[in-house]
Write a new protein. Structure first.
Length: 660
């Protein structure tokens, strides 16, 4: 284990992965352990998170400005005890994400304002008669006539009710964190952990852990049980893994290139890459023909129907339809689709920043009037794949959340025993004997410092021990079963998508499991010629906030929307952080046979155009936080997939052992 981490732990301090990556390069060069501990102590925290780390580096003059919002700076001035409580409150507010939500809402409104004033400029330039005709068609006279301010219909962001609900939940959660209970809790914890600083060289006898990491959990395969899968040849190939893609960061043009220019370039490359990949997908659809670059429209002035393909920068509803701003490499165009058009409803499904095709006519006034919308989608029919010689099955799970006190450990242990042949019926015997793969799609541990108030719900408050505990459990999975394990947002991994893998220093025990293959999020695994797309699934959250009639309670519907957009998280600046790599690695480039996601903790599945989509649920019972946001999980159910058809064979239910 790393010296910095070991030193902190021996002093009863914890460190989050992002904080570790900030501090490790300066450790023993720019600061020593006692300084960091002293700093954490004055802050009243025993968890060194990113904010604490940044503030610490700043206090040492190692970095000039912490990354997080300026808001925190005022707290720094106060060294008094009350100041510390204030800071804790402020921090709770920050992590609850309330600020972010408000910002997003404001952005949408601002965008609408900008939109309406841009449109009005166009209207001023044109003749009165033409203007009246076009305005009538779009149904937008108000926004075009009023140069300033927001027309009433634009004041609310799209999907206003959902935004509202989320905001309320979030502020509720912050209140609770800031409430008196929270303060009392924090003080007690501080006393418990506020032990004197010791020199790092000093050997401290290891304290006996008050929690189990399942070291004693040992299962052996049931005697006499015939595992047919043992004699079936394993045929898998990781077809796509983020780590195998070489992304080249853009070069600075000269030594005087500003940082801002490089950032703009990175985003430009990212979106160019998205556009290119999506154009290719869209052009596989024979209906998408006669495609013209947006930039050429104004001088070609095409007569009749044509098609444009572009990235949707914004969309808003008008009285008579939907207005989009669409961009390709050559230009930007306003695209309107009227309510009376056959494809009008597809407009609901277009997420910000997704790429779609519009077919219609170009009006000389610089607006494209669309009749048809083509989402990238998947083909209507899928080719049958050749049958397999032997039946072989895969169990799909996700969101185990080891370390949470709501982790259904007994149920999970029963599942592992089941995999070892301890079954209840002949039907189950047939299934278990042919299970060859176990796929785990992220949130394998609960992590630390992930959501406000999480500490109170942790049974294992140390992330190393969480991975150790999970590895102890998974070490009992029979060795003829290959496990594929990818990260989620609770894991020690890069927060922004795509997530290449787990931070190895933290999840070492997983890497050491001999029958485990670590995969990225997203990843594509080829199992016996069938493509399984494995994604943790945070993109679902964005679909729920932007597309009407979507809910966390039925996660497969938003999953279908993502498949139609051929992207696992299309929207920038929404809930899901996306890393602007120079290549967009979140595009669903080839049509999978199966899509597995997790994240929302609800088992749900559906076949869409021959593709089997499934959300694999969870092993965590409802947390206090989920209670507040009305998430009702379906823990401890395991879907078993027949690899040949890539469809559901059965669901095994361990819920009755989930009694946490
Ligand atoms: O996500 C478990 C569930 O909780 C999933 O439905 C998303 C939801 N969730 C997670 N964080 C938030 C916030 N901040 N607001 C609203 N809903 C949230 P997991 O990733 O396992 O925590
Ligand atoms: Fe989860
Ligand atoms: Zn998650």
């Amino acid at each position: 284990m790393d010296e910095l981490v070991r030193g902190l732990i021996s002093n009863n301090y914890l460190i989050t992965p992002p904080a570790y990556f900030l501090l490790s390069e300066h450790y023993n060069k720019d600061f020593a352990l006692p300084e960091l501990i002293k700093f954490a102590k004055t802050r009243g925290t025993f968890v060194i998170d990113q904010i604490t780390a940044e503030e610490f580096l700043k206090s040492k003059g190692i970095i000039s400005q912490p990354n997080h919002l300026e808001k925190f700076l005022f707290v720094e001035k106060s060294e008094k005890a009350e100041g510390i409580t204030e800071e804790a409150e402020q921090r709770a507010l920050e992590t609850s994400g309330t600020v972010g939500a408000v910002e997003t809402a404001t952005e949408i409104v601002e965008e609408s304002v900008e939109e309406s004033s841009k449109t009005s400029t166009i209207s001023e330039e044109t003749e009165v008669v033409e203007k009246a005709q076009v305005l009538e068609e779009i149904g937008e006279e108000e926004s075009l006539e009023i140069p300033e301010g927001v027309p009433p219909e634009l004041e609310e962001p799209i999907e206003a009710p959902q935004e509202e609900i989320i905001e309320n939940f979030e502020s509720e959660s912050s209140e609770e964190e800031n409430g008196e209970d929270g303060e009392v809790e924090r003080k007690i914890i501080f006393e418990e952990y506020g032990v004197p600083i010791v020199a790092e060289e000093e050997e401290i006898p290891e304290e006996k852990k008050t929690y189990s990491v399942y070291a004693d959990f040992k299962v052996t395969p049931k005697e006499g049980f015939e595992f047919i899968a043992r004699s079936i040849e394993s045929k898998y190939n990781i077809k796509f893994d983020v780590r195998n893609v070489k992304v080249t960061p853009p070069k600075a043009r000269s030594s005087t290139t500003k940082e801002g220019e490089i950032i703009v370039k990175v985003y430009e490359n990212y979106f160019k890459s998205r556009l290119k990949k999506m154009r290719k997908i869209l052009r596989e659809n024979p209906e998408v023909s006669g495609v013209i670059d947006i930039g050429k429209l104004s001088y070609i002035n095409p007569e009749g129907d044509i098609t444009i393909i572009g990235l949707v920068n914004s969309k808003r509803e008008t009285r008579n339809g939907y207005m989009f701003e669409v961009e390709d490499n050559s230009g930007i165009m306003k695209v309107f689709i009227g309510r009376d058009r056959e494809d009008y409803k597809k407009a609901f499904e277009i997420m910000p920043d997704s790429v779609v095709a519009f077919r219609g006519r170009y009006s000389k006034r610089g607006i494209f009037f669309a009749d048809r919308i083509y989402l990238p989608d998947v083909p209507l029919y899928k080719k049958e794949k050749p049958p397999l010689e032997e039946k072989v099955y895969a169990a799909l799970i996700s969101d185990i959340h080891v370390g949470s006190d709501k982790f259904c450990e007994k149920a999970f242990m029963k599942f592992i025993e089941w995999l070892n042949g301890h079954v209840n019926s002949k039907a189950e015997e047939e299934i278990v004997s042919r299970i060859k793969y176990l796929i785990i799609a992220g949130d394998v541990v609960d992590g630390i410092g992930i959501y406000p108030g999480q500490y109170n719900e942790l049974s294992i408050p140390d992330i190393f021990d969480q991975y150790e505990a999970l590895a102890n459990l998974l070490s009992n999975v029979p060795d003829h079963i290959t496990m594929f394990i990818g990260p989620g947002n609770h894991d020690a991994a890069r927060m922004a998508l795509p997530q290449p893998e787990f931070y190895r220093d933290y999840a070492k025990p997983l890497y050491e499991l001999k029958n485990a293959v670590i995969i990225s999020n997203p990843a594509v695994i080829d199992l016996h010629g069938r493509e399984f797309l494995i994604v943790h699934g945070r993109g679902i959250e964005d679909v729920v906030s932007y597309v009407p009639n979507m809910s966390h309670h039925q996660p497969v519907k938003p999953m279908v929307e993502l498949l139609k957009l051929r992207h696992v998280a299309p929207t920038f600046g929404g809930k899901v952080p996306i890393a602007p790599d120079s290549e967009d690695l979140l595009v669903i480039e080839s049509v999978p046979d199966l899509v597995q996601m997790g994240h929302v903790h609800v088992l749900d599945y559906q076949i869409y155009r021959g593709v089997f989509l499934i959300n694999s649920g969870t092993w965590q019972a409802q947390t206090e936080f989920q209670k507040m946001v009305n998430i009702v999980p379906t823990p401890a159910k395991v879907p078993i997939i027949d690899v040949e058809t890539a469809k559901l064979r059965m669901i095994v239910d361990f819920t009755k052992w989930c009694d946490v």
